[in-house]
Ligand binder design. Sequence first.
Ligand code: FAD
Ligand code: N01
Length: 544
Amino acid sequence: MSRSLASPARTEPREVDVVVVGAGFAGMYALHRLRQQGCTVQVFETAEDVGGTWYWNRYPGARCDFPSMDYSYSFDPDLEQEWEWTEKYPTQPEILRYAQHVADRFDLRRDIRFRTTVNATVWNEDRARWSVRTDQGDEVSARFVVHASGPLSTWKTPEVPGLESFRGAWYHTARWPHEGVDFSGRRVGVIGTGSSAIQAIPIIAQQAADLTVFQRTPNFAIPAHNHPFAAGFQDGVKARYRELREQARVSMFGIAVPVPERSALEVDPEERRRVYDRAWNDPDNGLGDVYAAFTDVLVDQAANDTAAEYVRDRIREIVEDPDTAETLCPKDYPILTKRLCVATDYYETYNRDDVHLVDLRRSPLVEITPAGVRTTEREYHLDDLVLATGFDALTGALTSIDIRGRGGQRLKDKWAAGPRSYLGLAVAGFPNTFIIGGPQTPTVLSNVIVSIEQHVEWISDAIRHVAEHDLSTIEAHPGSEDAWVAHTREVAGTTLFPRSNSWYLGSNVEGKAREFMVYLGGVGPYRAKCEEVAAKGYEGFVLG
Ligand code: FAD
Ligand code: N01
């Protein structure tokens, strides 16, 4: 038989200790940490480089809404001291540069296969190993799989027909062209008014000849007061970094802010106004100041109303046209139960003559047409369309992989009625698999890097425990999973969060089960619970 016709020799899959899916901040730190403890690690990443969220979301105005000096790794004091941030809220390019610096500094890229998507992980019962397959034909055998595929990485388009027929150019905020987009002289439409849109709209408005914003649900936004750091500020924070990081770790939201002691209803209206004015006007304000303004804004409707009405009044003051102002005022859900937005000139942008707001509650979106967008009222002609329509959050990146655990059970099937996990870290029936920043953890309601570091450290300790005790598997017990799901629901039920149709609840994706997916017990208490579980020999897990 000629050589060219011979079947290729079958090679055994490469064996590693751990496969990590994704090379955002979670996957990068997981790789570093696991390598440090002697594991062989293979990371797969769809993108061409590290950075995850900050690699993909390059829309105009994209930036973090946690202060740069807090939204950064704390695991290496030298890294912490050497990196220089330039402003209060870092831009996407600055955060991406930071991620790339981390990759260089710790030589991460040599174990990351870029442009490669993991599409299946299958548990092999006999070998107690995972077979991991990719869209590039790789097959790797791993003892452990760590999913670092991102809480907000699976983007979605609006559920109306016609996008493929649109004759102009369309862009999703989460897949923005690397070379940027020039909207000069163009008629642009933006669908969506979540955090991404609220950052992009003021900048697109400055460029475009005409901008139409299609809003279904208005959002609350507070002013960012972004600014470059004053001389000496950064050195002051760096000198106190250890103390500030420790405060963040034990806090509710992963950031060091004073713990509230008073109810919004126990103080008089002047004092309440003073507190809200400070949160609104102070150049050093931030999300934490609002979430932690009073003890009860997240749990008591009347207390929440005081904050919501405060913001609605500011919108009415800023926006000149009363009709537009009312359309921009959120009224049918409690403030803070959808991600509070942090904005620069967002409401002010609606005072421009070339910016128009379409209320999709009054005239719903019907279809995207070759010429633009049609609502029940009329067709809008557009040259470019920006989709700021969000993500299949928390579960989307996991259920889009064919993950098959014991007995061939698919994660997607197991989670059809909503995610089920123990501590959000592990799933019964899926041994030696861990999730970073997934559902049923506080991650997305926190400074995410603080949560990521906690997850990575807990997971790598668990992997070390299995190795050191000569075990082969660690797996969530079904009973502990039931209890964690119930506890997550119970805590959510004591708050106002389930009252809004947010992506926290899965309600932004057609057909997705409605299950409140965030653990609201807070970053510090959650960390303590995870530490207690580990200290008790991984209580609630089955070790085999
Ligand atoms: P990601 O950064 O999403 O990285 C996951 C990576 O996995 C991606 O690169 C993806 O390509 C890859 N991947 C997914 N599936 C596969 C697969 N099957 N195979 C191979 N690779 C795969 N958080 C904050 O705390 N503060 C903020 O201000 C903030 N701003 C945000 C702004 C935007 C626009 C968005 C979208 C999110 C923001 N977040 C913010 C949340 C942000 O996602 C996290 O802070 C953090 O970046 C998540 O890191 P990660 O590594 O867990 O996930
Ligand atoms: O996505 P979103 P995002 N017809 O889901 C609308 C983080 N983040 O990318 O609310 C019409 O919030 C949808 O309307 P509705 C942050 O955690 C942070 O903006 O479903 N409209 C909504 O207005 C954030 O929460 C920053 O009624 C449709 C919008 O699209 C998360 O990422 C910046 C529609 C989607 O908003 C997601 O934010 C950016 C349809 N068919 C992101 N489908 C920071 O500031 C959807 N919409 C740091």
